[in-house]
Design a protein around this ligand. Structure first.
Ligand code: CUA
Length: 310
């Protein structure tokens, strides 16, 4: 299965007609209802048009009363009924008492993920318990982005200075693709994330693992990597819990356990991480991380240390 947002390689199952949660299931129903109703309207309109074109004698055609009813009254009734149904369903989708909270802030061009009740910060990967209604509090650092996990529900804009909320639930454990759906310039098309829904019984273990603060390594290679991170200025942009705090770039406390690099651009591995640090512009052109000019030994040590982070 391909989890990644690499151009032209999207997983074929990651669409809104393959719902994995109650909000997406309702949206799929609305989609089919609209297709059915408007499909019938379209076919009836075509049939009437065909009939009118075939009719040679004008006097056989119905008069203005028919045009008023079929061309105005009936379409208005259909549109009003569909609008009321859609507004009702949209309001229903936002209801419910959430059992879990996640705060997601969009940056140029990645997602900061915070768990306010757990004190955990991560990036480009959201973890939730399956079967639990989750409140996504959405923010933007600058400009408008939009948050969409097609298999879980509708999308919601992420605005600067105005939090928005989206209530989603995954029925079963799984791994779902999410993406920015509002054009935000630069590598907008490579601004994605993964949402991982865990078995609720295993979620406590995930919380325990992600709550650890990385220790100062005793291994000489890892210790050198940590030194490179400090001396080469990585911490000016990146946070690692217990070491640095900047949120200009993604928090790296858990980078070793994330499934992608560059906000869903490529699968994560130790080799990919080294390639990303060496020249991220070849992988995700236009992103804000500059090319690095590290000595090969320093690059090796830095990669090894980052890869070792929990
Ligand atoms: Cu962020 Cu498009």
């Amino acid at each position: 299965m391909n989890f990644f947002n690499t151009a032209g390689k999207q997983a074929a199952t990651e669409h809104m007609l393959n719902p994995a949660g109650p909000a997406a299931a309702r949206i799929e129903e609305i989609w089919w209802e609209m297709l059915a109703v408007y499909g019938v309207v379209y076919l009836v309109t075509l049939a009437l048009l065909f009939w009118a074109l075939r009719s040679r004698r004008r006097e056989k055609l119905p008069g203005s009363r028919f045009v008023l009813i079929a061309g105005f009254v009936i379409p208005t009734l259909i549109l009003v009924v569909m609008l009321i149904a859609a507004i009702h369903d949209t309001m229903e989708l936002g209801r419910g008492e959430p059992g879990f909270r996640v705060k997601v802030t969009s940056h140029h061009w990645w997602f900061e993920v915070q768990y306010p009740d757990l004190g955990i910060v991560d990036a480009n990967e959201i973890n939730i318990p399956a079967g639990v209604l989750t409140d996504f509090e959405l923010h933007s650092h600058a400009v408008v982005h939009s948050f969409w996990i097609p298999r879980l529900g509708g999308k919601k804009d992420m605005l600067p200075d105005h939090p928005t909320h989206l209530m989603l639930m995954a029925d079963e454990p799984g791994n779902f693709r999410g993406t920015c759906t509002e054009y935000c310039a630069g590598p907008h098309a490579l601004m994605a994330f993964r949402l991982i829904a865990h078995d609720p019984a295993d979620f406590g273990e995930w919380v325990r693992l992600r709550s650890r603060t990385p220790e100062e390594p005793s291994d000489p290679l890892l210790a050198r990597g940590r030194e490179v991170f400090i001396k080469e200025g990585c911490m000016a942009c990146h946070a690692v819990r217990g070491l640095s705090e900047s949120s200009t770039g993604p928090d790296l406390t858990h980078v070793g356990s994330r499934s992608t690099l560059g906000a869903g651009t490529i699968p994560n591995s130790e080799g990919a991480l080294a390639g990303w640090i060496a020249n991220p512009q070849t992988i995700k052109p236009g992103n804000l991380m500059p090319k690095s000019y590290l000595l090969p030994e320093d690059l090796h040590a830095l990669t090894a240390w980052l890869w070792s982070l929990p």
